[in-house]
Structures are given as structure tokens and as C-alpha cells.
Write a protein that binds this ligand. Structure first.
Ligand code: AMP
Ligand code: MG
Length: 335
């Protein structure tokens, strides 16, 4: 199972970069890849204002390590893991960074009416998707995990930066937010280091800086039916492009696919009809939260919801490979 997931992650990574390379006639770029937040993270710098690109790469990956220590649930020594073990009944004071992530997570959980919900940690843990222990839980286990979820059970106090859980079994999972936040922060560090043209790929969460030799960056959207290939090409400059897909992490059981994005109403992998949901906007963190939310909402609800969110574009794909897109995007469907 582990090997299969790694191969899928590599496949996704490669096709996105080859999408960017499709119009490549630029001089040498600087590229570095590391494994963090459970995925491969690649930064490719194509232009700086004369500053050292390697120094910019050092700085941006150092920032990524800091965020991992704050927000990862996979790292048992992270600040978030400490909160998950200790925030029931007594409030825990947390770092400014974690508080910002929890506040943002709670905001988008409420805004999307729980389609995106950072308190699904117990449900995520129970299914174990992406681990060696992935399995379909028994109904009573699932009922208990759902009972221990719900963003109304997460209390934040901005005054003294405290976090408190109202349920003993509640667990926060920032898996649908932290990669996007890391992308935004890594981009900020690159900009501070004089980078003028770059593309960052955090396991399929893409963020760009500037353009590429005066042309838009070409971002390949994974084909949900053949994730190593692109089914469409997006053209963007300076924006983030984040996708949630049912092909990213999953396991098969008795012929059925169980993927990693959960419906907070049922505790099961969301079956809304959407198999791939992409958000295009300035902030990768917001794109990350909304791509998950749109995936869970399904096309009708997501399209209606999108009207209330300014400066945000989307591409939704259903199981029949039908595309539903917002008006202002530059998208070429190639399959
Ligand atoms: P993404 O790939 O951005 O859609 O994030 C999926 C990851 O976020 C999963 O691996 C879980 O850790 C977590 N997650 C799953 N379902 C949800 C949900 N409905 N809301 C928030 N986070 C979720
Ligand atoms: Mg997401």
C-alpha cells in the first residue's frame, strides 16, 4: 500500500512539472525537492533580481520545516499533536502560527457549513487512509468518531491565544489547509529573497511567482482516470492552483475505492459526484480549504456557494469527465 501511494505521489509531481516545461526555452532553472508534510515538495526558481537562488531555496525550505513542526499530525512531536492530546477541558496557549491556522481553519469550516471541517481528525485517523492500517471502520467506531467531531466543539480565544476542546476525543487535522499555508509562506520567503519567477509544488498544491519568460505558467490538471497524465492545462501567473482528487490517496476494498476526503455528515469518503476539484486564487491556503470544501459539496452546491466568494475560480470534474468551470479561467481541456 505504501509503495503504491508513493508512486502515485511521484506521478502527480512529474506531470505537473512537465506541464510547466511544455513551453520551456528558458536558461537553467534552480530546482530542489524535499519530502515534507507527507508529500514531495518541489521549488523551481526561474528568475531572481540578481540574488543567490540557492540561498532563497535554503530559506524557503527552512520555513517549511518550521511549519511542519507546528502543524503536522504525522509528526508526533509537533505543536498540533500536543494540542490534540491536551486541549480537552483546559485551554492550551499556542504559538501565533498555530493560532492563525486554527482560526483560519475554523473560519472556513463555518463558512462552508462543515464541508471543510478541521475537527474531523478522529474520523481521518480511524480510516487510516495513506497508512499501512487503512480499513473500513465498523459502524459503532465511526459513530463514535463522528460524535467526537464538529467545529462547534472547538473553542478559540484570541485574547490569550488559547485552544480548548469540548469533546475528549476531538482531534484537529490540518491536512486540507497546512500545505496551502506552507505554499504561501514559502512563496513569501522567496519574494523576500528577490525571486521574480518560480513555481512551487507541494504534492499537487501549486503556487507561482510572476510569469515564465513573459508567458503564463502552464499547470497540468491530473486526469482523475489516469493521474500520471494531464486532462487539461491551466494558464496562470502569480496565482495558486490547488486540487483535491479522489485519486490522490485511497485504498481498494471489495472492489470499492475509499479515498481521503471525508463527508462530515456521514464519516465516509465524500461521494458528491465530484472526482476532482481545483481552486485558483491568490492564496494557496484558501485554495486548499476551498478545494476540499467544493469536492465535498458537489457541483450544484459548490457552484452556488462560489457566487459568494470573490476573486476565486474553480474547475470541477465529475465521474463522467464532465467539466464545470468558472468563467474567467484560461483552461484548455485536452482529453
Ligand atoms: P485535500 O487533499 O486538501 O482535500 O485534503 C485532504 C486531507 O485533509 C485528508 O488527507 C485529511 O487529512 C483531511 N480531510 C479529509 N476530509 C476533510 C474535510 N472534509 N475537511 C477538512 N479536512 C479534511
Ligand atoms: Mg485542500
Amino acid at each position: 500500500m505504501k509503495v503504491k501511494i508513493l508512486i502515485l505521489a511521484v506521478a502527480t509531481l512529474l506531470f505537473v512539472l512537465s506541464g510547466c516545461d511544455a513551453s520551456d526555452s528558458s536558461p537553467a532553472s534552480f530546482t530542489r525537492t524535499e519530502f515534507a508534510l507527507g508529500t514531495f515538495v518541489t521549488v523551481r526558481i526561474d528568475g531572481t533580481s540578481g540574488k543567490d537562488a540557492n540561498q532563497a531555496l535554503d530559506g524557503t525550505f527552512a520555513r517549511l520545516s518550521e511549519i511542519e513542526l507546528t502543524a503536522s499530525t504525522k509528526n508526533h512531536g509537533s505543536e498540533l499533536s500536543y494540542v490534540n492530546q491536551n486541549a480537552y477541558e483546559r485551554g492550551i496557549t499556542v504559538s501565533e502560527e498555530l493560532f492563525f491556522l486554527l482560526e483560519s481553519g475554523l473560519f472556513y469550516s463555518a463558512l462552508t457549513d462543515g464541508a471543510f471541517d478541521i475537527t474531523l481528525g478522529s474520523v481521518v485517523e480511524l480510516w487510516g487512509i495513506g497508512t499501512d492500517n487503512a480499513r473500513v471502520p465498523a459502524p459503532d467506531e465511526l459513530a463514535e468518531a463522528l460524535e467526537n467531531s464538529g467545529f462547534e466543539n472547538l473553542l478559540l480565544s484570541a485574547e490569550n491565544r488559547t485552544v480548548r476542546f469540548l469533546k475528549e476525543g476531538l482531534k484537529i487535522d490540518l491536512g486540507a489547509l497546512a500545505k496551502g499555508y506552507a505554499a504561501d509562506e514559502m512563496k513569501r520567503v522567496l519574494l523576500e529573497n528577490g525571486v521574480t519567477s518560480a513555481v512551487l509544488n507541494l504534492g499537487g498544491d501549486i503556487i507561482t511567482i510572476g510569469d515564465k519568460n513573459g508567458e503564463d505558467w502552464l499547470i497540468g490538471l491530473a486526469d482523475p482516470l489516469a493521474p500520471g497524465e494531464s486532462c487539461a492545462i491551466l494558464r496562470v501567473s502569480g496565482l495558486a492552483v490547488v486540487t483535491s482528487g479522489n485519486y490522490e490517496r485511497y485504498f481498494m476494498h471489495e472492489g470499492a475505492r475509499y479515498h481521503h476526503v471525508f463527508d462530515s455528515q456521514t464519516g465516509f469518503p465524500a461521494e458528491s459526484g465530484v472526482v476532482s476539484s481545483t481552486i485558483i486564487t491568490d492564496s494557496a491556503m484558501i485554495a486548499d480549504a476551498l478545494s476540499t470544501a467544493f469536492f465535498v459539496m458537489g457541483i450544484e452546491r459548490a457552484v452556488e456557494f462560489a457566487v459568494s466568494i470573490p476573486d476565486t475560480d474553480y474547475v470541477l470534474i465529475d465521474g463522467g469527465m464532465n467539466f464545470m468551470c468558472s468563467e474567467n479561467i484560461n483552461l484548455e481541456i485536452i482529453k
